[in-house]
Design a binder for this molecule. Structure first.
Ligand code: BG6
Length: 508
């Protein structure tokens, strides 16, 4: 079978097929904040079948009742509105727990027995969805143990799928190694590499916005677009994740995954269908077309930063180096800005500027398409040359919507032009639909739809782009860290990256 020939997933909107979802690392934050609440939300939408069960696996010494109680005590804080006791009862009685170490073959023997019992009780038909919410050190080992325990093999009418959380490797070499070890046990069709950015409505809407409308695509190219900006700004520092973050840094944490997903959706060609591989082929092409930076370009096209003490909205923030788990002399970056080019017919010569960081002035994720300035001869004697050229802003969070800015005549006897906006606000239009962002992803994995999951080649293409940056940054430790106070817009050099091209970051 070629990768295009597998059976199509059931249509979206149908009830998911019977299955047991097994969460490795079930005692962690992700399970209580996102996974269980999103199953609850899916149950509310009536998208889960009666023949459904969840089995949490973790080291903590708990039993079924203890695990259920833990979740029951906390779920109310993570679901929208008031908890519906009937709905929770429906889900809770399908939740089980198995204590065990992930590197102990015994755990997998017991898992096998427990899964058989659950299958008998809930008629889940042998379909298994494994969720690896563990430390990445266990990804390869757990998958191998699943195979050894006979839990990874598919048969007609009985599927086995594995969702892998990030981080997927820490560079190109380790990502390739991880792909190779997963693919020695599973087929690509069984692997669901999750990127929670693809669970966001506004991110999914990029495809709809571009390809379900006739008016944007003709101008979505180098003839009309001057440059693209992507901003992912967070106000929080590293909080309790200093140990992980200090080893990863902002570049690894955000760029080859979340930001490249955004770039690929904005930059891709129209796919020939919504088939998972048709969409991912086009995304992958964009990622492969990003021009790798030569070592000397890394110095001129990238900026790194680390926050020092400061304050955000009246809240004092200590400097990064004194966060728990962080080396007091750390050289890890908490901010990255970059200028990238995409070598394709559509985008040649259109810079993509991106900036991402922690402890910044505002929380905002947005993509701005900046259009070229029109010839302004007609308006030579007016102020129009001072206005920002047309911008299309896709706001991902916390505001969710799209706005288009253009020039309009200011009412009055003289000719003056003012900048105005046309705005679409998601929640005003559709009402708010509180969700964790994981619902669609888990539902799609149950249906067998991989469109919103990363394929091996996409992950590797992402790491290839950042590889030269990681190398140069490692060889040349930063000077002058910390170089931006918490609560500001990052290091001044990030502004220079644009001003020297005659451009500026959009002020949020
Ligand atoms: C995670 C990163 O993947 O994404 C975090 O590890 C980051 O460091 C988070 O804070 C951002 O996600 P969101 O959905 O809040 O933009």
């Amino acid at each position: 079978m070629t990768k295009h020939e597998h059976a199509l997933p059931p249509p979206s909107g149908s009830i998911a097929p019977p299955c047991t979802m097994v969460i490795f690392g079930a005692a962690g934050d992700l399970t209580k904040r996102k996974l269980i609440p999103s199953l609850y939300n899916l149950a509310r939408e009536k998208l889960l079948p009666d023949e459904f069960a969840v089995l949490g696996v973790a080291r903590a010494d708990l039993d079924h009742a203890g695990f259920r109680k833990q979740l029951a005590d906390e779920i109310a804080g993570f679901v929208p509105g008031k908890l519906d006791p009937k709905l929770w009862e429906w889900l809770e009685k399908r939740i089980y727990y198995l204590p065990g170490k992930f590197d102990d073959p015994e755990t997998f023997k017991r898992l096998s027995v427990e899964l058989e019992r659950i299958e008998g009780q809930h008629r889940t038909r042998g379909n298994l969805l494994f969720y690896l919410a563990t430390s990445p050190d266990y990804f390869a080992g757990v998958t191998k143990s699943l195979k050894d325990a006979g839990l990874a093999g598919e048969e007609p009418g009985r599927w086995r799928r594995v969702i892998v959380e990030k981080p997927f490797g820490r560079d190109l070499v380790t990502a390739k190694e991880l792909n190779a070890s997963l693919l020695s046990v599973l087929s690509e069709r069984q692997i669901y590499r999750i990127d929670h950015y693809l669970g966001k409505e506004t991110v999914q809407n990029i495809l709809v916005f571009r390809f379900a409308n006739g008016i944007f695509e003709p101008i979505w190219n180098r003839r009309y677009v001057d440059h693209v900006q992507i901003t992912v700004a967070e106000t929080l520092g590293v909080e309790k994740r200093g140990g992980y973050y200090d080893r990863a840094g902002c570049l690894r944490d955000m760029v080859p995954n979340h930001i490249f997903q955004l770039i690929s959706l904005v930059g891709m060609e129209p796919p020939i269908s919504f088939d998972a591989d048709a969409v991912r082929d086009e995304q992958s092409k964009v990622l492969r077309a990003i021009r790798p930076l030569a070592p000397e370009e890394v110095l001129s096209h990238t900026v790194r930063g680390q926050y020092g003490a400061g304050g955000i909205a009246g809240r004092a923030l200590t400097h990064y180096r004194s966060e728990p788990g962080v080396d007091p002399r750390s050289h890890t970056e908490t901010y990255v800005a970059m200028k990238l080019g995409i070598d394709s017919w559509r985008w040649n010569g259109v810079p993509f500027y991106l900036r991402v960081g922690k402890a910044l002035a505002t929380r905002t994720t947005e993509i701005t398409i900046n259009f070229r300035r029109p010839p302004l001869v007609l308006f030579r004697n007016t102020n129009v040359g001072e206005l920002t050229p047309n911008q299309l802003v896709i706001s991902v969070q916390p505001k969710e919507g799209i706005s288009l800015s253009f020039g309009a005549k200011v009412p009055g006897a003289t000719l003056k032009v003012g900048g105005v906006d046309m705005e679409f606000d998601y929640s005003r239009h559709f009402g708010s639909m509180p969700a964790t962002g994981y619902e669609r992803l888990m539902y799609d994995a149950m249906l067998g739809d991989q469109t919103l999951f990363q394929r091996a080649d996409m992950v590797e293409a992402g790491w290839s782009v950042v590889a030269p940056v990681l190398d140069v940054w490692q060889a040349l430790p930063p000077r002058g860290f910390p170089n931006y106070p918490a609560g500001t817009w990052g290091p001044a050099d990030a502004d220079t990256l644009l001003t020297r091209d005659g451009r500026a970051w959009r002020s949020s």
